[in-house]
Design a protein around this ligand. Structure first.
Ligand SMILES: CC(C)(COP(=O)(O)OP(=O)(O)OC[C@H]1O[C@@H](n2cnc3c(N)ncnc32)[C@H](O)[C@@H]1OP(=O)(O)O)[C@@H](O)C(=O)NCCC(=O)NCCS
Length: 158
């Protein structure tokens, strides 16, 4: 079934919306300068999440850093009014497609110990906690989570 959402590369017109979403999503949100810095990193891609009907208006975004053996999910945020409607789940499915297209067999990410909603999201999507990150978020610990992607059978259409 076709999803109600789309993901596409971020364009310069999206940046103000991304900043607003970021500020509403993280206690230590990226500043405008940090966002620009990340946008220009090599091997880092920014993806806007939109409703299918309104592909110009971001309701969330995710950021992917590429490594030879994995993709690293560097950020994922959904604007508060759109939460609990499957946008992040859609983003994680798209991320898996990106990983497969690039031939990356695993996805990793870091999540704050207190961020239970994100941990539940990732666990539901098949991620496992593989490492405790002591003091990774100032005073707070975090968890590294990882998902191994099953290889696509040769006869599969994608
Ligand atoms: C975490 C976040 C990305 C989830 O986005 P979302 O679009 O609301 O997630 P989904 O609707 O796809 O939720 C999928 C599942 O995750 C879990 N989940 C998500 N948010 C939850 C919450 N607030 N409480 C409990 N479970 C939650 C549930 O199992 C949910 O399934 P359900 O709605 O059928 O119960 C969003 O809350 C957000 O942007 N938070 C702030 C930024 C952030 O923490 N990013 C992650 C950094 S690691």
């Amino acid at each position: 079934m076709q999803s109600d959402f789309l993901q596409r590369p971020v364009v310069p017109d999206d940046l103000e919306a991304l900043l607003r979403i970021e500020r509403r999503s993280h206690p230590a949100a990226w500043t405008r300068n940090q966002l620009y810095w990340f946008l220009h990193r090599p091997r880092v891609t920014f993806h806007a999440l939109t409703e299918r009907r309104y592909p110009k208006t971001p309701i969330g975004f995710f950021v992917v850093a590429d490594a030879p053996d994995k993709l690293y999910l560097a950020n994922l945020a959904v604007t508060p009014a759109w939460r609990r409607r499957g946008v992040a789940t859609f983003a994680l499915r798209e991320l898996e497609d990106i990983a497969r297209m690039r031939g990356r067999p695993a996805i990793v990410l870091d999540v704050q110990e207190s961020n239970l909603s994100a941990q539940l999201l990732y666990r539901k999507a098949g991620y496992l906690a593989v490492q405790v990150l002591r003091g990774h978020y100032g005073e707070e610990d975090g968890y590294r989570m990882r998902k191994e992607l099953a290889p696509v059978p040769a006869s599969s259409p994608r």
